[in-house]
Design a binder for this molecule. Structure first.
Ligand code: NDP
Length: 331
């Protein structure tokens, strides 16, 4: 059995040495009410970076020398719990271990005949729910409006843009490579894309791509990209603060423009959120996401990395933009 522990709290960008691998030669015994799980897929997500700091947040920090945990899909290989049988697959927040004993609490059964297992960590999991709830509950889209998405080629961003198209919006995506911009347009139906790494003037490019101004900004990255968007917002714009990956590794307080004048003069709304705020909307979100998937209106892409030993690297690669769509490790 292998486990990955948090060995040290990263300073700035995480490095492989912040993680420790532990192997033990033991067989696991289960008792009444328990199940034995073999890990199949592990989700690596930018928000895990926040849990590596010793700081107060909406979720407690990881403890040093304890296993890191994230969204996991696992196979039940033995069961003494009547709710689960051998061969079932479950999803839940679980420690980074190749095998483990669980009591079933907080685990949901997932059906591999309805969708590939990895999809339950992405479009049919937290990613899809985040995209749907953030866009509909805070973005409050109205057909004909203009939506701009940062981190657009990532897991959440690529779903937000597609939902925007389904709801009749003009959709512009911002991402880090030309290949990603091509994918936004050809695979996900975005109307336009801006490569923030090669753009000489993002603010002007946004103005050009959004001649009617920006009504909704779905922000995954923060920092200077967001500043450039704010110069282009319309009256009553809604700014959905989903994440701020560009500053997760900052050692100092990031400098940014002062946003208040933009919000005041445009009577704009800016709101952060955590997907779990909208738990009561999850059934509606799942109905739409799975329905649109089945109808072919929604699609997704994944970057699947092989092997338990590559989990830390896959996580670190998120901050290098190595992924297209959802980053997942297959065990
Ligand atoms: P992604 O799949 O979007 O992966 C991260 C992407 O971020 C990379 O591929 C990279 O793409 C981009 N990126 C990395 N560093 C920078 C940088 N310095 N500046 C700009 N872009 C950068 O991850 P997710 O879709 O899982 O998450 C997206 C955001 O949503 C994150 O901020 C995450 O924390 C947040 N989130 C929030 C939730 C909530 O409940 N509020 C729930 C889930 C996610 P590129 O090549 O374009 O740079």
């Amino acid at each position: 059995i292998q486990t990955i522990l948090l060995k040290s709290r990263p300073e700035g960008k995480p490095s492989i040495s912040d993680f420790e691998f532990v192997s033990e030669e033991s067989s696991l015994t289960i008792y009444q009410g328990q199940i034995l799980l073999e890990t199949a897929y592990v989700s690596v997500d930018p928000y895990l970076r926040g849990r590596m700091n010793d700081a107060k947040s909406y979720i407690p920090p990881f403890e040093l020398n304890k296993p890191i945990q994230s969204g996991v899909i696992a196979k039940v290989i033995e069961s003494k719990n009547e709710k689960f049988k051998e061969g079932d697959f479950v999803s839940g927040m679980l420690p980074w271990k190749t095998k483990q004993v669980a009591n079933g609490e907080g685990l949901l059964k997932v059906d591999p005949s309805k969708a590939p297992l990895s999809a339950y960590l992405g479009i049919l999991g937290m990613t899809g729910l985040t995209a749907y709830t953030g866009l509909t509950q805070i973005g409050k889209p109205i057909s004909g409006e203009t939506l701009i998405v940062s981190g657009a080629a990532g897991a959440v961003g690529s779903v937000v843009g597609q939902i925007g198209k389904i709801l009749g919006l003009t959709v512009i995506g911002i991402a880090g490579t030309d290949e990603k911009i091509d994918m936004l347009k050809s695979k996900f139906g975005f109307d336009a894309g801006i490569n923030y790494n090669t753009s000489k003037d993002i603010r002007a490019e946004i103005a050009k791509a959004a001649p009617n101004g920006v009504d909704i900004y779905f922000d995954n990255v923060g920092g200077p990209i967001s500043d450039a968007v704010l110069y282009n917002i319309n009256r009553f714009a809604r700014i959905v603060i989903c994440g701020a990956i560009s500053v997760y590794n900052s050692k100092e307080v990031p400098k940014s423009i002062s946003v208040q004048p933009f919000l005041v003069k445009n009577s704009a709304l800016m709101q952060g959120f955590i997907v779990s705020n909208y738990a009561e909307k999850f059934p509606e979100a799942m109905k739409h996401l799975s329905g649109w998937l089945a109808e072919g209106k929604l699609t997704y892409t994944e970057t699947i990395v092989d092997g338990f030993k590559n989990i830390p690297k896959a996580f670190i690669d998120l901050f290098e933009g190595k992924n297209k769509g959802k980053m997942i490790v297959k065990i």
